[in-house]
Ligand binder design. Structure first.
Ligand code: SF4
Length: 366
């Protein structure tokens, strides 16, 4: 049952103590061919921070074995920033006085055409959670996207199995739902009001999406909201248990840190350094070598360029995080401040220069 995985992750989380591991534990873990849950915890521990180079060396080999020199590219399209939730880390939260907007179907199509001209074939459609972004509206946007793109992802509010079935029928291939933090008390503090305050319903969304027919589901935490090592551990296990239960499904992980957003008036969360973020990425790659690992434009170009191929195999390019912004001016304000503003062409050129092959969809190499 759905709650089975929730119980397993919560139990593992309760037993997670990253401070018990020693340097010898890390060295022994790095000699193993495949890693178990305790090995994953070892590589997430503070002491393993001193082994970043060794982890990176092995992670690079694993990434290359799984994906060759290919790096998948995609871009997000925000179609609405109306939201009924009060997530304290997000510029779209209900209390934030920003310019709100939703794209009409005509505007969505214009944006899709503009993006498709860059050659991208993988698009991620995003919305906040609001009555104005009904299932029918999202389904209509997915149908339009399927005219121009081969891979369509959704980063929307969690829905029921029947709703995922409908969205899959419209053309959705993958679903991203990030738990933000797996610590339930912390989660409830960050999501005081609105439907997102339902921790369990959000946790089980990947499982419902798979039952609805989508082939890939993505997991992530917003590192800095809670204990980042515990959140990385729980995120990895959430994907691991889903993959064990649904071996036909693909799993994907996104690595996200807190970013400033418009009208931000609270300082919240803990700082996660780049080195620590890198450690989390490497540990995930070594634990689940076959999984997609995505790095977002929340990180700057230097960091993104550095992690490509040594753990990361997927990245966004030419990104706008406001509503629209590819064909016309933004119709609504942005969700957060992006660090890497490079165009698709610039990212492509960088990848070629570094000896990587930019991949625009699962089948065509450009
Ligand atoms: S994170 Fe998502 S649900 Fe929360 S306020 Fe932002 S758009 Fe709304």
């Amino acid at each position: 049952m759905e709650s089975n995985i929730l119980n397993k992750v919560q139990t593992d989380l309760r037993n997670f103590n990253p401070d018990v591991y020693t340097k010898i534990d890390v060295e022994n873990t790095l000699l193993k061919e495949s890693l178990d849950i305790d090995d994953f915890a070892t590589l997430l521990s503070p002491v393993a921070e001193d082994f970043i180079e060794e982890m990176a060396y092995r992670s690079k080999i694993e990434t290359s074995n799984q994906f060759g020199n290919s790096i998948s590219l995609f871009t997000p399209l925000y179609i609405s920033n109306y939201c009924e939730n009060s997530c304290i880390y997000c510029g779209f939260n209900l209390q934030n006085k920003i310019q709100r907007g939703s794209l009409s179907f005509e505007e969505i199509e214009e944006e899709l055409i503009a993006i498709s001209k860059t050659g991208l074939q993988d698009i991620l459609l995003l919305t906040g959670e609001s009555k104005s972004t009904s299932l029918e509206y999202i389904g209509g946007a997915v149908k339009l996207a399927s005219k121009y793109f081969n891979l369509i992802g959704l980063e929307i509010y969690p829905v029921d199995v029947e709703d995922y079935k409908f969205l899959h029928f419209c053309g959705a291939d993958y679903v991203c739902t990030y738990q933000e933090t797996y610590n339930k008390d912390q989660y409830l503090k960050c999501h005081l009001n609105g439907p997102k305050s339902n921790y369990e319903y959000r946790f089980n969304s990947q499982e419902r999406a798979i039952k609805g027919g989508v082939r890939k589901v993505a997991f992530g935490s917003l590192f800095g909201l809670g204990d980042f090592r515990a959140d990385a551990f729980a995120t990895g296990l959430h994907g691991h248990y889903i993959q064990q239960k649904y071996p036909q499904s693909e799993i994907s992980f996104s690595f996200l840190r807190l970013r400033p957003f418009i009208h931000q008036n609270l300082k919240y969360g803990t700082d996660v350094s780049e080195r620590q973020l890198l450690q989390l990425i490497l540990a995930q790659r070594l634990f689940t070598p076959f999984a997609d690992i995505t790095i977002s434009t929340r990180e700057d170009s230097q960091f993104r360029d550095g992690v490509v191929g040594i753990g990361v195999n997927r990245m966004s390019a030419g990104v706008s995080v406001g509503v629209g912004g590819y064909a016309e001016d933004l119709k609504g304000d942005e969700q957060f401040e992006i660090q890497d503003t490079r165009s698709v062409k610039e990212i492509k050129n960088f990848l070629y220069k570094k000896g990587f092959q930019p991949v625009f969809n699962n089948y065509i190499y450009l």
